[in-house]
Design a binder for this molecule. Structure first.
Ligand code: CP
Length: 309
């Protein structure tokens, strides 16, 4: 039997192909629980999870809360504005105080890259990285891998385009690591100012023209333009970005007939994606959200209730 032996989930790089397959297989079996009339099993009864979100979130936070509650864990939610960090307490001191209450797991979203890694070294509870700065968002990548496998039956050998602000996207980074590890052929596209120099070393192709990048792809993944993370203006304006890089119904015709279109959310409709595509027949954007709960249930199960190290 495959074994999962990690205390924390900090990034996709730490997971082997076997780990990823185990998480996706387990999520598949947990998915059914969310369709029941009574959406609850006792698996994590008596365990406690702190959701500490130092940045706004709709999907990740709600999804983790639902995942924990569906497994019967006790949950506490803490935001930066509602914590004593506004009075000057440091992240480490905050975490040490949370640890003193003996939670089993802390789910952390933080604007600084590396914040979850720091906590993981400092405290005994498991840490899940729910997005750290521009670094990684591993649970998003896992739910994306799950959705691709569910819709396509495999990941290996698929041709996948990721389009948008690659430089500032933790979703792109985690997906590139995960998808290439699982044997997909990944192409990134976007304005040259938003493609990191040397990204080819991660095993991806770079095609700046989005029309070319989409051609004959099995999966097209869009990214949000992250104006809040850009320290300088990287393109002339939103209208220009939308007219060159926004995915339209016309552009998607170049992809395979059974292409799926993905977006981690939140979407800027009419900027990186047209409403016609976001709400159209190829879109699996809301399936991604549904699958997020199952994938996070699997992660909670492994990190606090599953295999012992
Ligand atoms: N995909 C994602 O991380 O969305 P939220 O910011 O709403 O959590």
């Amino acid at each position: 039997m495959k074994k999962f032996s990690h205390k924390d989930l900090l990034g996709m790089g730490q997971l082997s192909v076997d780990d990823i397959e185990l998480i996706l297989d387990t999520a598949e079996s947990f998915k059914e629980i969310s369709t029941r009339d009574i959406k609850k099993v006792p698996t994590l009864r008596g365990k406690s999870v702190v959701h500490f979100f130092y940045e706004p979130s709709t999907r990740t936070r709600t999804s983790f809360e639902m995942a924990a509650k569906r497994l019967s864990a006790d949950t506490v939610s803490l935001s930066a504005s509602g914590s004593s960090m506004v009075k000057g307490e440091t992240l480490i001191d905050t975490a040490r105080n949370l640890q003193a209450m003996n939670p089993d797991l802390i789910v952390l979203r933080h604007p600084s890259s590396g914040a979850p890694h720091l906590l993981a070294k400092e405290i005994k509870a498991g840490i899940i990285n729910a997005g750290d700065g521009t670094n990684e968002h591993p649970t998003q990548a896992l739910l994306d891998l799950f959705t691709i496998r569910e819709k396509k039956g495999r990941i290996k050998g698929l041709k996948i385009a990721i389009i948008g602000d690659i430089s500032h996207s933790r979703v792109a980074r985690s997906n590139i690591i995960g998808l290439t590890k699982m044997g997909a052929e990944v192409t990134v596209s976007g304005p040259p100012t938003m493609i990191p120099v040397g990204i080819e070393t991660l095993g991806v192709n770079v095609v700046c023209d989005p029309v070319e990048a989409v051609k004959k792809k099995d999966v097209v993944m869009l990214l949000r333009i992250q104006l809040e993370r850009q320290s300088k203006v990287l393109f002339p304006g939103i209208r220009e970005y939308a007219s060159f890089f926004g995915l339209t119904g016309e552009m998607i015709k170049g992809a395979k007939n059974d292409v799926i279109v993905m977006h981690p959310g939140p979407m800027n409709r009419g900027v990186e994606i047209s409403s016609e595509v976001a709400d159209g027949p190829y879109s699996v954007i809301l399936d991604q959200v549904t699958n997020g709960v199952a994938v996070r249930m699997a992660l909670l199960y492994f990190l606090i209730g599953g295999y012992k190290k």
